[in-house]
Design a protein. Structure first.
Length: 278
């Protein structure tokens, strides 16, 4: 079986890439409060412990690309970064958030180990350059409208800053209206860039705008796609989770209940170990 050909990048002590076990990027879609983030981090840590899976806690302080004006966007940058800094200090895990504007990058990088470029913004040159200039690891979501081979040009924008701590993330491809499809050929195609590849299992089952003013989703298929991605071979998995997805302020229909994460992680590690010969 072909080895995973990507380089290995270090995310605050977590090796991502090559034959290393997948890193898990996980947390709620949106920050809700310090108490909620702390509770989620505790439960995620407990779910990862049996397999020794290393996780990067993710949560957004601003969901600037919501389907409609009346939906919750988040706590804002100042409060959100304060919470992420506290989670990082208490749990000793790297933290990730997404950035939407170039001037968000430097302040977010003071706290976050990974800056994430949203899929809708994956070709925005000024944002990519500002993120790269922070020196932090950058997780770039492949735009739903992009071919996997287009990501080589996207990554080159960040790399032009001298920062090659880049991850390329597949989160599904537009397939008609309100629908995404996962083409697993794209994972090895993106791997040819040399950068670690991430598979976003929960956003890949999203139905963008599918509920009118919000997006729908089919969370029951997220584990199926995650297993397939591990069989193909990926460096990291992105799986959003919540204690009560149906009451979450955003992306509830595609998030995995946190009480199911322990079993899911164990299953996925078995597929990952088989693929990588670990």
């Amino acid at each position: 079986m072909d080895p995973i050909a990507s380089k290995v990048i270090d995310v605050s002590g977590i090796p991502v890439g090559g034959s290393h076990p997948f890193a898990l990027i996980t947390g709620p879609c949106q920050l809700e409060s310090l108490d909620h983030a702390r509770m989620m981090a505790e439960r995620i840590a407990a779910a990862c412990a049996p397999t020794g899976t290393r996780f990067i806690f993710k949560a957004s302080y601003d969901k600037a690309n919501r389907s409609s004006i009346g939906t919750q966007r988040g706590l804002g940058m100042e409060e959100g970064l304060r919470i992420l800094d506290q989670i990082k200090a208490e749990f000793g895990c790297p933290v990730l958030t997404d950035v939407h504007l170039p001037d968000h990058c430097a302040p977010a990088a003071q706290v976050c180990d990974v800056l994430q470029i949203p899929a809708f913004l994956s070709r925005q040159t000024d944002l990519l350059l500002a993120a790269g200039e922070t020196g932090r690891a950058i997780n770039i979501k492949k735009g739903q409208f992009l071919a996997p081979w287009d990501m080589e040009n996207v990554a080159a924008k960040v790399a032009s800053t001298g920062n090659e701590k880049i991850m390329l993330c597949d989160r599904g491809t537009s397939f008609g209206y309100n629908t995404l499809i996962s083409d697993f050929r794209g994972l090895p195609v993106m791997e040819r860039t040399g950068y670690p590849v991430v598979f976003d299992a929960t956003h890949s089952v999203q139905q963008p705008g599918g509920q009118g003013t919000t997006s729908g989703g089919q969370r029951e298929f997220a584990p199926v796609l995650a297993r397939a991605a591990c069989a193909v071979g990926v460096s990291a998995l992105f799986i959003e989770t919540h204690q009560d997805p149906d009451s979450a302020p955003s992306d509830g229909p595609n998030m995995i209940p946190v009480d199911q994460m322990d079993a899911l992680i164990g299953e996925l590690r078995s597929f990952d170990n088989l693929r990588k010969g670990n």
